[in-house]
Write a protein that binds this ligand. Structure first.
Ligand code: SAM
Length: 186
């Protein structure tokens, strides 16, 4: 598989910018899916723009597993989680392009988010397969991809890859510069 372009680690700071916060309300996006006590998964979490909101929504009895291929992203996420007093709810993992490192969590995740990451993953089929195995029955996966550089036909291929792994599509919509889809694991 060819190596896809990976977002640079220093761009992790740009993803936390006040401008982005004005465009994307992370709590509003996640509130319908993450409830108190849940175990959530943030795939390609970078420095945690969504992870910290997930940790707030999951509450003290919940957990957020955060995975990223870049050590510096995970280090930034941990720093921010510690500062916010949320580190004890975060299980942060540096993964590889071959494995999301979720082998110890089969059927344990209630909700997974893949925001802006699938187009960077070299093997989409294996990615969706691992996520499918980690979810509980009835668990949900929200995939969002930026309209640039992911045009509509490429997003369709992404949706199709998830369907091939056994996900059922629940909803599709656009959110500012991104196309989004929510799937259920049956
Ligand atoms: C564009 S950023 C989006 C970050 C975050 N989801 C957000 O929206 O703020 C993509 C992230 O995915 C990570 N990534 C790229 N390939 C990955 C892979 N195969 N597995 C896990 N993370 C990956 C990158 O290191 C980067 O932090």
């Amino acid at each position: 598989m060819p190596q896809a372009h990976v977002f640079p680690w220093w761009g992790g700071y740009l993803l936390l910018s006040p401008l982005r916060k004005r465009r994307v309300d992370s709590m509003e996006l996640l509130r319908p899916y993450v409830r108190e006590g849940m175990t959530a998964l943030d795939l390609g979490c970078a420095m945690g723009f969504f992870s910290l909101s997930m940790a707030e929504l999951a509450g003290p009895a919940g957990k957020v597993v955060c995975v990223d291929v870049q050590k510096r992203m995970i280090a930034g996420l941990k720093r921010r989680a510690r500062k916010a007093g949320l580190l004890d709810r975060i299980d942060a993992r540096v993964c590889t392009t071959d494995s999301l490192m979720l082998g110890d969590l089969p059927g344990r995740i209630d909700f997974a988010l893949a925001f802006g990451v699938v187009h960077e993953v070299p093997d989409r089929e294996s990615f969706f397969g691992e996520v499918h195995r980690s979810l509980v029955r009835g668990g949900r996966l929200l995939v969002a991809e930026p309209k640039i550089p992911v045009p509509a036909d490429r997003f369709r291929e992404t949706v199709d890859s998830a369907l091939e792994k056994g996900f059922i599509i629940e909803r599709e919509w656009t959110l500012k510069g991104s196309r989004c889809a929510v799937f259920t694991r049956n």
